[in-house]
Design a binder for this molecule. Sequence first.
Ligand SMILES: Nc1ncnc2c1ncn2[C@@H]1O[C@H](COP(=O)(O)OP(=O)(O)OP(=O)(O)O)[C@@H](O)[C@H]1O
Length: 339
Amino acid sequence: MPMDNAVLLQSNDLAVGYRQGGNKSLVLHKDINVQLHRGEFACLLGPNGAGKSTLIKTLSGFIPKMAGKVSVNGKALADYKRNELAKVVSVVLTERLQIPNMTVFDLVALGRTPYTDFFGMLSKHDKQLVKQAIEDVGLKGFINRQLVCMSDGERQKAMIAKALVQDTPLIILDEPTAFLDLPSKIEIVQLLKKLARERNRAILLSTHDLDLALQLADKIWLLAQGRQLEAGVPEDLVLANGFRRFFEKEGILFDNESGSFKVEREQMKTIRVIGKGVEYKWLSHALNRTGYQTTVEEGNYPNIEIDSNANKAYILHQTDGSRHALRTIEDLLLQIRQE
Ligand SMILES: Nc1ncnc2c1ncn2[C@@H]1O[C@H](COP(=O)(O)OP(=O)(O)OP(=O)(O)O)[C@@H](O)[C@H]1O
């Protein structure tokens, strides 16, 4: 069966910002025209203060737009009744929830509110969904734990579980991975991506995890102060120098080849490295990090030979003809510095 890739979220000439009393207002971005389709996993990236939270809150109806239009599932956001909207979009914001005595189960169960009766009674099916979502975010043993007795990362996972049980076609999350350790970040982002692909949901999340976004996002939305939002598949954005234009600062360069940031530093000396494989990669990394430029070309500079046969020995040949065999990269760096 072909997947439905209808537009679930759309903005037309949207302006976002804040009203500041009287007739004064602060418009952060205007003329935002973006679309998010069913089955799409999109990451909103941008430097601090770019306006990511402001855009997320505006798109999900938490703060009023300054101009333009936001449509969810073909209907203007403003035309939705509260309960009706809660069946279409679930939102996870960064505000910390600290309700005394509330357990993980209680919090996640709130996600079923749009589907329960007047008294908020959970059916057997609702309870099953709540338990499943708690398991899915890796909080199985925490079901009866009070939120106030949990770490920021655990609480964040509970908030994501609440969004999952809300069972909406559109999920919007503001920095859901902010407090998570790296394995949990990957786990949660993979879970969300799977949800988008297998259950045909549209998911938008803001994040500072550029690496994860480059690896997993179907679309990236780039936002920076004073720049028009740019959206596209990650590879197109890299090739169009998008990350350079949006993120580079003095001394910090985005390397289009590796898709990562590099610290610009003065290179002191050239060293020739002879070898291959993972040792070659990490030796070059160590030399670049400590200010050496590496080359494979012959020339009048020190040579380092990686001897993989001799249990990863590094043989340093200095220009004066001296030779040193070193066991670790640390020893090698010390030796080079002594010369
Ligand atoms: N309630 C508010 N009233 C006025 N200005 C605000 C308000 N909230 C945020 N701002 C300003 O709007 C700008 C964008 O803030 P926002 O929180 O949207 O950025 P962000 O991209 O999410 O940043 P970060 O990555 O640091 O979380 C900032 O300059 C901020 O100071």
